[in-house]
Design a protein around this ligand. Structure first.
Ligand code: ACO
Length: 427
């Protein structure tokens, strides 16, 4: 195989090196395209553009494969816990017992948030969307912590990472507690990361906190499944913001905003709202399938389709199974689960969906589980953000350690040519 790609334009040939990844993916390195041929590539939505070489997550959208650092998502979801996966994503290897204990202890040591932060939270109306609150609080953390990180210092880098991992669950819990008018609390050092988060979210004053282990296991699994997904919208945002050497917290805050949108992480909230809407409308899934296919109708089947997966999203398979287990285990019958399964069945047999390779994505069933776990709909994307935190950190760390240049795409200008300026009275 040639290791060069040749571009011919107006009778002239230009050669570009081809980079091959460890899984055989090929990328044409067009670094010299503009200087040699005077052109750029144009790729709206970066559908076919690689922004970096990365060793964190591999996914094959055609085959439905997802691996973190070489480990199959199915194995990690089944056998690892969230903090192990966080360590794996960020530092590249699964931790041994000693490393994991130290990592957990260091995170626990950082699980306090400056009391002044409560005043900031107090300024938000209760009606504020939790994602807006979370993004603002994450930005506000910068006021109480170093705003930049010396990436040449392993120690400083590590400190920034355990700080954000320690404080983020507190912010998540406070966001919910503010909404529910509950006092802002702190966690319990003796609990694991996910159980501690759950306790901070749901503990009621004066009541003994109790939770079924199956709830914690289900939450842990959901967080693992959301932990990274290579160069998606929010990870690319984190890298882009970080590439200007903005600090870790500022970059993560930008990632939260990117995740919020209904075409990205906000889809989990949009799915439940859609399923509820179908239920209230009488549960006719066929009617909504027709709407989704009608190009004149803005309705889309939320939780279906993916930029990269043109086959089953492997996470959706695991989550669907988990939804059955969790609801069964907790004795919950949710009619919305049946509507979801009905929609999936119809879509998988429908030409429109088959031809466009539209399958359920990670968020089609995740909301049903979150709801069964007692998590309010508006908090779904916040849970996603917590799950994605290790991925964002890993992407940011890799980008900074590789000393990537500042992200700055080009454009093809299609606006007006030079015009004469007229003062206001003459226009
Ligand atoms: N319902 C109906 N039609 C769809 C859907 C859908 N959910 N998704 C894609 N299509 C159709 C498009 O209309 C388009 O049809 P056309 O070729 O006739 O014009 C075709 O399938 C390709 O869709 P695009 O929007 O071009 O695909 P793109 O890769 O840009 O978008 C996206 C992917 C945003 C995920 C899209 O499938 C979508 O909007 N899905 C619903 C929202 C959602 O679930 N988002 C969560 C994604 S997972 C995550 O971010 C965690």
């Amino acid at each position: 195989m040639s290791d060069k790609a040749i571009l011919e334009y107006q009778g002239k040939k230009y050669e570009f090196p081809v980079t091959e990844g460890t899984e055989g993916e090929l990328g044409i390195n067009i670094k010299t395209l503009r200087s040699e041929a005077g052109m750029i590539t144009l790729d709206r939505g970066y559908k076919n553009t690689g922004s970096c070489e990365s060793a964190i997550t591999f996914l094959d959208g055609e085959k439905g494969i997802l691996r973190y650092r070489g480990y199959a998502i199915e194995d990690l979801a089944e056998k690892a816990d969230f903090l192990e996966v966080a360590y794996l994503l960020i530092f590249g290897e699964l931790p041994n017992k000693e490393q994991l204990d130290k990592f957990s202890a260091d995170i626990r040591d950082e699980s306090e948030v400056d009391e002044e932060m409560k005043k900031i939270l107090d300024g938000f109306p209760k009606s504020a969307h939790p994602m807006g609150v979370l993004s603002s609080l994450t930005s506000a953390l910068i006021a109480f912590n170093p705003s930049s990180v010396n990436v040449d210092s392993e120690e400083e880098m590590y400190k920034a990472i355990v700080k954000i991992l320690g404080k983020f669950p507190v912010l998540v819990a406070w966001t919910l507690r503010k909404k529910n008018s509950l006092p802002l609390n702190y966690g319990d050092d003796s609990l694991g990361y996910v159980e501690n988060l759950h306790k901070m979210m749901f503990e009621k004053p004066g009541k003994k906190y109790n939770v079924d282990q199956s709830v914690i296991d289900a939450l842990d699994k959901l967080l693992i499944l959301h932990a990274d997904h290579e160069q998606n919208c929010s990870a690319s945002t984190v890298r882009m913001v970080g590439s200007s050497h903005a600090g870790l917290f500022a970059s993560i805050s930008a990632g939260i905003s990117a995740l919020w949108g209904p075409l990205h992480g906000g889809a989990n909230q949009a799915v439940i709202e859609m399923l509820e809407g179908i239920k209230q409308d009488g549960g006719d899934t066929h009617k909504f399938m027709q709407k989704a296919k009608d190009k004149e109708d803005p309705f889309r089947l939320m939780g279906f389709g993916h930029r990269v997966y043109k086959n089953f999203d492997p996470r959706a398979k695991i989550i669907k199974k988990s939804a059955d287990e969790v609801l069964g285990g907790l004795g919950i019958e949710d009619p919305v689960l049946d509507i979801a399964k009905g929609l999936e069945k119809e879509a998988l047999e429908d030409d429109y969906f088959v031809q466009r390779k539209l399958y359920p994505n990670v968020d089609f069933y995740s909301g049903i589980i979150y709801r069964a776990l007692g998590i309010p709909v508006e908090m779904f994307t916040v849970m996603f953000a917590l799950g994605r935190l290790p991925g964002w950190i890993a992407q940011w760390r890799e980008m900074r350690l590789k000393k990537e240049p500042i992200g700055r795409p080009r454009q093809i200008y299609v606006g007006a040519n030079l015009r004469d300026f007229k003062v206001v009275g003459e226009r």
